[in-house]
Design a protein around this ligand. Structure first.
Ligand code: HEM
Length: 302
């Protein structure tokens, strides 16, 4: 199995097709802008200059998971929230998805998961026998699909929580270090599509829905560092954490949508981290950056 950076992107393209100019994953999406406001106590937990700022401009992107740029907004796949904030000579890229577990524990399992879902030319759908064989060999690939099957898609980008799945290492004042995952909780109540909406809404509604909401209300998220309970894996993003409390890092206020160029010439990098946050040893976290760079290079040139 090819788990090189190009191999990871090829696996995405193999399942979702190659779409010139588009991201290999989270292909459908749009840019937005906002402000990140660190919490007063954030430096106790992540002691870097970024967390000493009052308010930092944020470059944001909302997306539908998967590499199909025409995926329906109703599909039971993950939604993505990406944020880049830069201040005090530091940059923080934060990439979150709307389920608390990823679909693979390792790059090998990532490639196998996608290969098992290459559409069967006869049906246009994954071959259930191949998915079953993947599940038998890689039980880590069963958890995210089960979470997605358990509820309809979010009714708004602003009405779902988002999760980093990967753990990070935080160093706060006094050099105390702690592992944590990152969670963004929406200001708005969590809401999924009703059975009726799942049938009747058009495939494209999330962007207009957010525009209407931005005109009427404050849209935002509170960002937390979620602490692990004993036994929560620090290395495996496919497991749901039980968690042992959370520390507020700040708030992300979304102010408006932004033109295509605001976020499409850039790539959010999972290991672009500010002082106070470092990567954990999670093998998925470390496999990501180089694959994102391959995807950027392909979408800017093909
Ligand atoms: C080995 C594991 C992974 C691989 C190979 C991978 C690959 C990719 C690629 C190639 C892109 C498109 C990058 C671009 O062209 O800008 C992407 C986007 C994205 N990925 Fe991953 N990914 C992995 C794991 C994860 C995990 C664990 C998360 C959990 C939060 C995640 C969340 C996202 C999000 C939110 C985006 C959209 C970024 C944007 O809005 O530009 N990915 N991924």
């Amino acid at each position: 199995q090819d788990t090189s950076p190009a191999g990871l992107v090829d696996a995405l393209n193999g399942t979702f097709g190659s779409h010139p100019g588009m991201r290999a994953s989270h292909a459908k999406g749009f840019c937005a802008v906002g402000q990140f406001q660190p919490a007063k106590s954030a430096r106790d937990f992540a002691d870097g200059p970024l967390f000493g700022q009052k308010s930092v401009p944020a470059n944001v992107r909302f997306s539908v998971g998967g590499g199909n740029p025409k995926a329906s907004d109703k599909s039971r796949s993950v939604r993505g929230l990406s944020m880049r904030v830069a201040a005090g000579g530091e940059t923080w890229d934060l990439l979150l998805i709307s389920e608390p577990a990823f679909f693979a524990a390792t790059p090998e399992s990532f490639v196998s998961f996608l290969q098992a879902r290459v559409p069967d030319p006869a049906t246009g759908k994954p071959d259930p026998a191949k998915v079953a064989a993947h599940n038998a060999a890689h039980p880590d690939g069963t958890r995210q699909p089960a979470l997605l099957a358990a509820h309809a898609a979010p009714s708004s980008y602003a009405s779902t929580p988002y999760f980093s799945n990967n753990a990070f290492v935080f160093s706060g004042r006094g050099k105390k270090t702690q592992h944590a995952r990152i969670v963004a909780e929406p200001f708005a109540p969590v809401q999924f599509l009703s059975a009726d909406e799942e049938k009747t809404l058009p495939d494209l509604f999330l962007q207009d829905e957010l525009a209407r909401r931005l005109g009427a209300d404050t849209v935002g998220f509170t960002l937390y560092a979620q602490l692990p309970a004993a036994g929560d894996s620090l290395l495996d993003p496919s497991t749901v954490w039980q968690g042992a409390g959370k520390v507020e890092l700040g708030r992300l206020l979304v102010k408006g949508q932004a033109p295509h160029d605001a976020c499409n010439g850039v790539v959010y990098m999972p290991l672009a981290l500010p002082t106070g946050i470092a990567g954990s040893d999670d093998p998925i976290l470390h496999a990501r950056g180089a694959a994102y760079a391959v995807s950027l290079s392909r979408r800017l040139t093909q």
